[in-house]
Design a protein around this ligand. Sequence first.
Ligand code: SF4
Length: 272
Amino acid sequence: MKQIALYGKGGIGKSTTSANLSAALGESGLDILQIGCDPKHDSTRMLMHGEWIPTVLDLVRERGDAGIAVDEVVFRGYAGVRCVEAGGPEPGIGCAGRGIIATFQLLERLGALDGDVIVYDVLGDVVCGGFAMPMREGYAEEVYLVTSGELMALYAANNIAKAITRLSARSRKKCALAGVICNSKNMEGEEDLVREFASMINSEMVACIPRSRTVTLSELNRQTVIEYAPESEQAEVYRRLARTVVENDRTSIPTPLTIDELEDLARRFVQV
Ligand code: SF4
């Protein structure tokens, strides 16, 4: 079983990438569990055709966790992907990791934390006290950083790289960087910039996902690209990413950049 986690700045497209990755993996016959942890609880929504599934934290809050059954928290979405939303507090409050911890504990007790690949889609915001939890507890064995070429996205990715470095030194559990995914904003020089960033932090850019109208259209139709436009070039991009994730056995301990190094890098590639 592979346990992967996608991290990155809020709004960078982690949920879209995670859902399409899970759909592509599910389509290839693998048993996939996707767990979203975000107060918006919309990580799995496109896999569920727009349905908002109940969150673990809401159920636990209402009823305590003793009487909760598997089918109240795990829902089958497109291509058989099992979907879970950890949930969280009202936006802006933060739950210091309670959402994701409650979810791990409940799924383990129910024997549902299994499958060929578990995809964690976790808010990468450092103000969220729980963002490092899947790494610290040894659930996020392979971390993928999702970033664009924008400085703030790279800054967030670099911060997460710092957390991986710190946690991999302290924790006995496995937690390493498996690659960088460029979720393009269509900036000039962006792909080269993200590739160079990945190499400077001792990793590799494993995919570059072009900005595409197909993504917008699919989401308006409440589906993943894999389901809505299976023949599209964009669907192929996600399928290639899925193959890369399955085959990837190169992980590394990142070497994060200083702010000056990060800014110098951005200046080298972006036309001003
Ligand atoms: S662990 Fe973080 S992302 Fe998850 S619900 Fe809590 S505050 Fe939100």
